[in-house]
Structures are given as structure tokens and as C-alpha cells.
Design a binder for this molecule. Sequence first.
Ligand code: ATP
Ligand code: MG
Ligand code: MG
Length: 411
Amino acid sequence: MPSKVVGILGGGQLGRMLAASASLLNIKVIVLDVGVDAPAKQIVASPSHIDGSFRDKEKILELASQVDVLTVEIEHVDVEALETVQKSYPNVSIHPTPSTIRLIQDKYLQKEYLSKCGCPLGPFQAIEATPEGITYAAKELGLPLMLKSRTMAYDGRGNHVLRSTDSQSIVTAIESLGSGSRKLYAEKWVPFVKELAVMVVRGLDGTVSSYPAVETIHRDNICHIVWAPFRLRNIDEDPTLPTKAEQVAKEAIKKAFEGAGVFGVEMFLLENGEILINEIAPRPHNSGHYTIEACESSQYDNHIRAILGLPLGSTRLKVGAAGMLNILGSSNDVASKSTTSSSSLTFSDDTLVNELTHIALRTPGASPHLYGKGQSRKGRKMGHVTIVGSSSAEVRERMSPLLTCLAELEG
Ligand code: ATP
Ligand code: MG
Ligand code: MG
């Protein structure tokens, strides 16, 4: 049995799927999360799991004292604590490295650094969270203007689209972005035709390889659907686009970030075929869930392999195509519209989650994943469904009952 122990900061769904991959290799995992019953802790039984925050220095040091390798399922961790681990526990390796996490945590520093490294980005600038600061940025970068919090941002929480520079719009923007308490920056609006993502994995020996480019569709700033592989829109479109996206993603990781493991590279595709990087996550990513069923080795398997210095698995698609639908918590009024599952087994107290799971169970090629989160809230990531098929047309056809159900229950 391998003797190394992996510590994961964060015990949500990404930690859960990492723990599942580690368990296939008899690799012991210890999870640090405030939730006693966090999704990742449910997967691997261990008396060593720690109840506490991944922003709590003491708890991070406690975790470090018990493991050989530390990794994260979320980038919003206490980096100073990880830097202390580097000094106090020199035998514990940390992937991604604390310096990579520090850079990525601050989306403005991340962009500045990627830009220095020569990665393709849209225009952006740091701004003061004041009416003058925002008005100046709008003059420089135009409207609509994407205002973003530099830190602690996820699922679009921390983003605000400014459509006008009248005083009410500016006040609303400042209020929605923490009323001056958070550092902000602005990005020029990117009129993308599609959003793309590429998972990149780097092994301990420096080998870098990428998963296929996929199309991501967001709803309310949260990943909604992923189509793999990225499908060209028409026959006139440059057939080298997917390869180009994979190259852009790989180059960014090679040039900019240290450390082993998986990186999720989010990108915009413009009308003229240009590809710009949106942001990079130093960990497995929502848009890579599909790799569990659709690729020869999943992003979770490869993250575990990478941080332990094991041979990386193939990142190739092993099916014709795949689609992934995120299952988000619904609002209470969905319950009254419930149709299919009233007499069957209940998988979740959330009617929408339950209905989608039942439909997925009846859909060929579909694999539902529920994350074991007890409490559902509107917009909370409760699970996902991956659908594989021989072609992208077949996957879309198989996905359609799920999308119909979603539209009916939400509509
Ligand atoms: P995540 O959960 O992926 O970490 P986040 O909160 O960091 O999300 P971003 O990725 O910055 O947010 O933005 C969320 C979404 O908003 C993007 O996926 C894209 O749809 C849209 N978006 C972001 N930046 C821009 C931009 N400059 N122009 C147009 N749309 C944008
Ligand atoms: Mg982000
Ligand atoms: Mg994002």
C-alpha cells in the first residue's frame, strides 16, 4: 500500500471527487473542512479528518503535521499558513505551490502576471472602489464594463456589470461590490462568441499535457453546461481552434505557474477566432467533471497522480462526445411542480435535484453524481450529470429530457 498521505484543504465536491480517486490507489486522504460531514469526508472514513476552516492557520498546521503532500480543492485558503508549512515542515510538499495560490487568489495580480508572461488577455486595470475610480475606468475601457472583486470571488459573486455611468448605477455597483471594503479591478467587456475551458495537468517531472478543449455555458455566472469536445459552429470556422485553445492553456501553465497538479484554464473565443484567457484555477475544475466518464484518466485521477509523482494517465477522450449538466439547488416553489418522482426513492430533499436524478437514471449514457450536501439552497452546487455518447448530436439528444425538466420546473 502506498505510504504517502494526502491532505486536502477543503471538503466540497472537488475534494470529494479527489478523495474518490485517491481511494482507488489505497492512498490515505485527510480532509480539512468546517463541515463535520463535508462531502469529501463522507467518501473516505478517517478518524484523522479535521473539522476547521481552510483559512485557519492552526488547523492547516495540524493537517500538515499528519501528511506528506498538501493540496487544495479551493484557492481561497490561508497562503501565509502554507508558507509557514514550507518552513516548518520541509518534508511536506505543497501542490499547487503557495506562490501559485497567492498569485491566483488575487484576480488582478493573476491577470497582471499572466500579461507579463505574454498570455493573451483582454484589457484590464486596477481601480479605486469610488465613483471617480469607476467613472475613470468606464472612460478608459468603455461600457458595459465588467467590475470584479480582486479576491474571494467565485461563481460570479464579486462581479458586477456596469452598463451606465449615471450616479445611481455607480452607487449600485459600489454597494454590490462590498461598499468600498473590497479591492476592485475592471475588465473591458469581452464580446465572446463562446466560452472555452481546458484542463491542464503537470506532473512532478514537469511534463504538461492537456485535456480536450470544451465549451462551457454559464447561467448567472455559474457553470451550467459543458460540451466536450468543443464543437465548431460551422464549416468555415478554423478547424485548428480546439488545438489552439489547448496550446494557449498549456503555454499559460508552463510560463506562469509552478507546481504539480491540474489547472483549469477558462477562456473566451472571439468572433475573429482570437482566444483570450479569462482566469485560471490551480486545481481540478467544474468544467472538468466530464473527464470522470469521458476521458481515459479523469482530472481527479491525474491530480492525485501528479502531486504524488506517479505516471500521469492519458487525457484523451474515450467516447465520441460528452455533456455535463450542473445540478443546482432550487427555490422552494419548484416543489409544487414536481412530476416524476413522487412515488420513487428520494435522493434529495430538493425536488429539482431529485427529479433530475430520476431522469438521469433513465437516460442512456448518463451518470448522476450527487455530492452529499444535506442542505439545499438556491444556486448551491448539489450534483451534476455527465452524459456520454457516440457523437455530439447523440449527447445533445440524451441531454434534452434533463433540460426540458429544468425548464418546466424552473419556468
Ligand atoms: P468562477 O466560479 O469560475 O471562479 P468567478 O466568480 O471568478 O467565477 P469570472 O470567471 O471572472 O467569475 O466571471 C464569471 C463569468 O462572467 C464568466 O464565465 C463569463 O461568462 C463572464 N465574464 C467574466 N469576465 C468577463 C468580461 N470581461 N467580459 C464579458 N463577460 C465576462
Ligand atoms: Mg474565479
Ligand atoms: Mg470563472
